[in-house]
Design a protein around this ligand. Structure first.
Ligand code: SF4
Length: 328
């Protein structure tokens, strides 16, 4: 994988902001590039500390770590800006330099029946947008970019928990084409009803996500049923700044009104080992990244639900509403 760390932008910004000490956050897939980044910082005389905490999305902005370490700036690599923070932060999105021609050609047969396609991409592929659009337009397709809505940074940009921009164009397109990996396309197929085609640039593969949608929806229904039967329920919040999906107070009250013992649990990040010792809890609702409940279903022995799913179990929303608005 050849990556462009936008060194010119990085150096320009660092010279402008003149930090003495920075905290560097690297997205999970690029942590191996830490020495390369360190060299740039050192060449400018900047003290640099790398965060070893997980960094799955632009929602993770390590403000607490930065304050504890007394740094002047956070440099966050690999994601677009997701939220505003009071703490100074610089986002370097990182470009994936790939030859997309083989996978674009492979996609032709998958899109042949669709006249208008909704196009979305993960941020590493933003620089290839014009090339991708032209490829499909030359095939006679109309290409519409998903809207900039919610926390996404650009038109066409896709983030794993934000699909309003795709839903906004759903009536205008015959199918969605997602450039990236399974993570974003799986979220998309749960959010929209039109076909979702994944252009998996990392595995040089093209797939229709339909089968996966059906499988995941069945798993979600099982989790909802288990919350209905649960007596003791844990509501999990994370301290990550961008991961606040719903009001803990309100959901606790609703659970108690439904006759359940509900407790609030805080974590830096939800993982199976952290909930393992809460033996007496029958089901968990997480108000953190909604993808944990869905993508990591098989890793947890107890059901983990998103807020929307919990509202279905409590009878406040119908499953059909959720399917209509998207389960994420
Ligand atoms: S909340 Fe989850 S899906 Fe959304 S940006 Fe963060 S890690 Fe990605």
């Amino acid at each position: 994988m050849v990556l462009d760390f936008e060194k010119e932008k990085l150096i320009r910004e660092l010279k402008k902001r003149k930090p003495n000490k920075v905290l560097v956050q690297l997205a999970e897939g690029i942590k191996q590039n830490a020495p390369e980044i360190s060299e740039v910082m050192e060449s400018l005389g900047i003290e640099c500390i790398f965060s070893g905490e997980t960094c799955w999305g632009g929602c993770s902005v390590a403000v607490q770590e930065a304050e504890a370490l007394g740094v002047d700036l956070i440099v966050h690599f690999g994601h677009a800006q997701f939220i505003e923070t009071d703490f100074p932060a610089l986002y370097i999105e990182v470009k994936d330099l790939l030859n997309l021609n083989p996978v674009l050609k492979k996609s032709v047969q998958h899109v042949k029946e669709f006249g208008t396609i909704g196009l979305s991409f993960s941020v590493q592929h933003k620089h290839d947008l014009e090339k991708i659009k032209k490829f499909y337009e030359d095939l006679g397709k109309k290409v519409i970019l998903s809207k900039k809505a919610g926390h996404v940074a650009y038109e066409g940009h896709i983030v794993g928990c934000q699909y309003e921009g795709l839903k906004a164009i759903e009536n205008e397109v015959d199918a969605f084409v997602i450039f990236g990996n399974q993570f974003h396309s799986m979220g998309a197929t749960l959010a929209v009803k039109k076909p979702v085609i994944l252009i998996d640039v990392y595995n040089d593969d093209v797939r229709n996500m339909k089968g996966l949608r059906d499988k995941i929806l069945k798993q979600r229904v099982i989790s909802i049923d288990r919350l209905r039967d649960a007596k003791n329920v844990g509501v999990i919040i994370e301290v990550k700044l961008g991961q606040k999906f719903g009001s803990p107070k309100k959901i606790l009250q609703k659970l108690r009104d439904a006759g359940k013992n509900a407790i609030l649990i805080t974590m830096s990040e939800l993982t199976p080992d952290k909930i393992m010792n809460f033996y007496s809890i029958d089901a968990f609702i997480e108000l953190a990244c909604p993808r944990i409940a869905i993508d990591d279903f098989a890793k947890y022995s107890k059901p983990i639900l998103t807020l929307k799913e919990a509202l279905v179990a409590l009878g406040e929303k119908s499953w059909d509403d959720i399917l209509e608005t998207g389960i994420i």
